[in-house]
Design a protein around this ligand. Structure first.
Ligand code: SF4
Length: 276
């Protein structure tokens, strides 16, 4: 028979409960600033309890100072045991810690960074365990060729799903507007191996996906057979219509002729010329 576990409710010690001012002083000493309202007292054990005060630091909204006070047996003096800042309800908290291996995201790797691949990374498998041709694998292994690990089937499927569903797949807007799929394009370099039927690399420097893996049903407007380049029209001589003509004046235009007798009426009085 399992003995029953007995728990004893802590009794409020009057002296500890009354030491709110002493606890406040301790909290303000630790905070280096006034603390907020008293938020209660919680008994912790015999002659032991904690006073709570609201933190006033704007960086700690929702936090509170917890000051634990105690009294020795048969003593009247209450002493401060501990002062800590604790999160209250609704306190702003840092997100739960995650190991870096769970936090790293595609695109995080920078120049000079090293990304360690876990020994049990399920995207990889020992090289001797992958491949379609057993004879080829055996020979490669015996000769010591090949890599230590290669893509596992899971890793390959993940990559294929990612590429196919991404910007290099058939659903990309540029592929939807393409005149024809990559699989029929002269710039399409088909991958070798298991992904060959579905993926290749684009080798058109004018295409947005140049140098990237694209699916065979991706596409873009730079498809090799998209359009025949229009040639410039032949230069033709100037055409002269010699059935109709109009008369034009050849040479300098005639000078305007002055009205007869000059521009001043003979009947007008003469103007003074300013000399005698
Ligand atoms: S040029 Fe366009 S259609 Fe041709 S392979 Fe590259 S992305 Fe595909």
């Amino acid at each position: 028979m399992t003995p029953a576990t007995r728990t004893r409710t802590a009794v409020v010690d009057d002296a500890c409960a009354a030491a709110a001012d002493q606890a406040r002083s301790a909290a303000e000493g630790a905070a280096g600033r006034p603390v907020g309202a008293h938020q209660g007292f919680a008994p912790e054990g015999d002659r032991l309890g904690t006073h709570f005060f609201a933190a006033t630091d704007p960086a700690y909204a929702g936090w509170r100072w917890a000051v634990t006070v105690a009294r020795a047996a048969r003593a009247r003096v209450v002493t401060v045991d501990e002062v800590v800042l604790l999160p209250g309800e609704g306190a702003l908290l840092a997100p739960e810690w995650l190991p870096w291996s769970d936090r790293v995201r595609p695109g995080d790797l920078g120049v000079g960074d090293l990304l360690v691949t876990a020994v049990d990374d399920e995207r990889l498998t020992p090289a001797y365990a992958a491949g379609d041709d057993l004879g080829e694998e055996t020979v490669a292994l015996e000769l010591g060729f090949g890599r230590v690990r290669v893509l596992s089937l899971d890793g390959r499927d993940d990559a294929a799903d990612r590429w196919y569903d991404g910007a290099a797949g058939p659903a990309a807007p540029i592929a939807q507007a393409a005149p024809a799929p990559c699989g029929t394009c002269g710039f399409y370099l088909r991958l070798v191996g298991g992904l060959g039927p579905l993926f290749g690399a684009c080798a058109n420097e004018y295409a947005p996906d140049d140098g990237r893996v694209v699916s065979a049903d991706h596409g873009c407007g730079a498809h090799s057979e998209a359009a025949v380049r229009a040639e410039s029209p032949d230069r033709v001589e100037t055409l002269v219509d010699d059935y109709r003509f109009e008369e034009v004046t050849v040479g300098p235009p005639p000078l305007p002729t002055a009205p007869p007798g000059g521009s001043v009426d003979d009947a007008e009085a003469g103007e003074p010329l300013g000399h005698s």
